[in-house]
Design a protein around this ligand. Structure first.
Ligand SMILES: C[S@@+](CC[C@H](N)C(=O)[O-])C[C@H]1O[C@@H](n2cnc3c(N)ncnc32)[C@H](O)[C@@H]1O
Length: 293
């Protein structure tokens, strides 16, 4: 009876009823908003949390790099990403170019090997989405521990492994990445590594990577001064070689970092697909030559 009455009421007075419902929904939304603000916090809480996290990462950096007996051979990229995303300091996106460039040539379902994966930041954030499986290898236990802790994914297997002395985890890969690590290998082992890389690449596979140019890194065993240095190293192994260089400022001291990026293959198909996205908005970024074999 009561239900019938309410239906009749709605038919006889539709506008008043829907107006009341609208008001009710508005009030509900406002209450939910206040609840969210109290539980989730407003701008003040956000500012406090960012400050705390900034202090945490700054302290982590000091402990790892300034105060430790032996600093790690890899960078905790979360520190840099946090600086880039949330801090007022002059910190550009340049350190992440390698991730964008490498992911440009990935295909859905690729099998990827990441040599010297460090903390696995690039492995997880840039490569894992498209790949069916990734083997990420590093010789440093701290790197593999950080990678498993912060950058795990179901399709990534992290291996504590010496890339020179031990076989790669699988026989064939579509993409092999060697990012920011070549300088950590001696010239002799570099050639051994390139032989191994060639043997492990699928027929249309691509070898990609990046390394700083000039004297950088006290733990480096070799330095490269120009794109041509790298070109000469890759030439005996690959028919098609593309090299690029970005110059960018790091820190507030005005240090210019030159970073080289490469794509090498013996089948040109994949190289034609990638177009080297230009990040040209920053004045400190200057892309130079592309060399082709
Ligand atoms: C500067 S980090 C680069 C990390 C990561 N690829 C990136 O781009 O952030 C170089 C890494 O190479 C690793 N490495 C050096 N020699 C190696 C070897 N023989 N086998 C495997 N990894 C090695 C180091 O432990 C280090 O984590």
């Amino acid at each position: 009876m009561g239900k019938l009455r309410s239906v009749l009421k709605r038919i006889l007075n539709p506008s008043r009823d829907s107006h009341r419902e609208q008001k009710l929904r508005q009030l509900q939304r406002r209450l939910m908003y206040w609840k969210e603000s109290i539980l989730g916090g407003g701008r003040l809480r956000e500012a406090i949390l960012i400050k705390l996290l900034e202090q945490h990462y700054n302290s982590k950096f000091r402990r790892q790099w300034v105060l430790s007996e032996e600093p790690p051979h890899f960078f905790d990229q979360r520190i840099g990403f946090f600086q880039f995303a949330f801090c007022q300091k002059d910190y550009g996106p340049y350190a992440f170019f390698r991730g964008f460039y490498n992911s440009e040539i990935l295909h859905q379902g690729d099998r990827l090997l990441d040599i010297g994966c460090g903390d696995g930041f690039f492995t997880r954030r840039f490569f894992a989405e498209r790949c069916v499986h990734i083997d990420a290898i590093d010789i440093e236990p701290g790197a593999i521990k950080a990678a498993i802790t912060y950058n795990s994914a179901p399709n990534i297997t992290y291996h504590l492994l010496d890339a020179v002395k031990q076989p790669f985890p699988n026989d064939i890969y579509d993409v092999i990445v060697w990012d920011g690590a070549m300088g950590h290998f001696s010239p002799d082992t570099t050639h051994l590594m390139l032989q191994k890389i060639c043997q492990s690449l699928a027929q249309d596979g691509v070898f990609v990577g990046s390394e700083s140019l000039g004297i950088e890194g006290s733990d480096h065993l070799q330095y490269f001064h120009s794109l041509n240095d790298l070109y000469q190293i890759f030439k005996p192994y690959f028919k098609y070689i593309e090299l690029r260089c970005a110059n960018y400022r790091i820190g507030s001291g005005g240090v210019i970092r030159q970073e080289a990026y490469w794509r090498c293959a013996n089948d040109p198909r994949r190289l034609k697909e990638g177009h080297w996205q230009e990040f040209s908005t920053a004045e400190s970024t200057n892309f130079k030559s592309v060399e082709k074999g």
